[in-house]
Design a protein around this ligand. Sequence first.
Ligand code: 4AD
Ligand code: MG
Length: 504
Amino acid sequence: MKVKDLASKVGEVIELKGWVANKRESKTVAFVILRDGSGQCQCIIDVNNVGEKVFNDAKTLTLESSLSILGKVVKDERQVGGYEIHATDLKIIQVAEEYPIAKKEHGVDFLMDQRHLWLRSQRQWAIMRIRNTIIFGIHQFFQKEGFIQMDAPIFTGNACEGTTNLFETDYYGQPAYLSQSGQLYGEAMAMAMGKIYTFGPTFRAEKSKTRRHLSEFWMIEPEMAFYDIFQNMDLIESFLNEVIQKVIDECEVELGIVGRDLTMLEKSIAPFQRLTYDEAVEIITGKQKVNGVNTIDTLNGDLKSKEEEKAAILAEIEEREAKINQQGIKKGERNFNMNKVAQLKNSLKDVEEDLRNIPEWIASATNFTYGEDFGGSDETVLTRMFDTPIMVYDWPHEVKAFYLKRNPEDERFARGVDVLAPEGYGEIVGGGERETDVEKVKAKIIEHELPMKEFEWYLDLRRYGTVPHSGFGLGLERLVAYVCKLPHVRETIPFPRMYGRLFP
Ligand code: 4AD
Ligand code: MG
């Protein structure tokens, strides 16, 4: 029996197997919150129902001890999950050693070191279930649309996304790189199958600690024969709309646990704002207003409200610390306030980070040089002005990948498209229409100083029945971070690999 299925068993005696997520007890009753992977449920172990021996066993249960419990299912709306077990028997599988993750606020570095255990906590459980729903939704969408899922190799002889962040390995005495993207192989597959998608791990040696970068991340890369950039954008839009809608429909509990405000998320299920690079730059630099305001005034307004927020947090910390230091304060109330203060101090850190960041965003928006790629702050500034994701297309060809097609009406621009998520999440999708002319691709390979020999097979795709085609890559972890509104991608993948972390 699983906690998620209790609704169908009200009034019956069932057995649950799981772990102790929490416990409190009085002289005659123990309350155990049992988690079994499918959910959590309060179990009431009353000495009058289970007898002296079992009750004494229950008293030895520590956090994360494993057990099986027999009892009657009772409906109780006030309890987590809405049901309760009135125990009649209990078998301990193991009494756990003192659990390192306590019921209080821990620092992130500590929790990352305990990732193998941290995954058990309710918030991580919710994030992983949302990730799972997103993955399933992605497959559903593409399968329904007639795409064939195919796998690109991980060991590759060529760079897809530039040579600066390659992981090099020794492949029987010759260098090979861990794949940065399955795209080039995806193009070959699309010429065989029409519409395909790859879904696999990709690797980038990103020697910087940002909240958006992992060294190993999962990417979904559809590639479609006979699609131009505009059909590509239509597909991106309906794809993201459907996947996000599925999460909202199916993950109400999980979104609640991570504290996601749905009003903003729901607004992203709509046609996306489409801007050319030129239009986007006008907005970033404040020359073009959006709904009557420009970026600089908007950011200055944000700065002011963050100052107010900081003052309010400081005042509350002071108030609660005074309470903690009061003489004769009850232990429970003291602990409660200490936990609150720890939470407030975390919020304070966030606000202070914003207060440091916003002036930098204002400066970088003001000083943006036309022709450059967008940095994280440019993306943040631009997305701050809209509720929906934004698709920026037609980029200066110099800043984009070698494989992109030029806009036939204006060769200065390459037909790339980036999707920028709202609420400061930045680029979640990169894609575009591909160059089909063999000579133009060759020229770009030379310009990017890539080894021509390794790309001969790729050039063949332009020699034998070349057709217009497009595709894109969605970073799974970035989408999960945005959907859950997490401060960092490290919580979106079971065991993150990023600069400075390989453990556990
Ligand atoms: O924009 P990128 O580099 O595009 C490509 O790799 C194309 N070949 C995709 C294609 O057209 N088939 O990467 C695509 C997406 C980004 O938008 C981002 O979401 C994610 O992959 N991404 C990362 N996610 C986490 N950590 C990193 N270091 C990432 N680098 C890219
Ligand atoms: Mg990109």
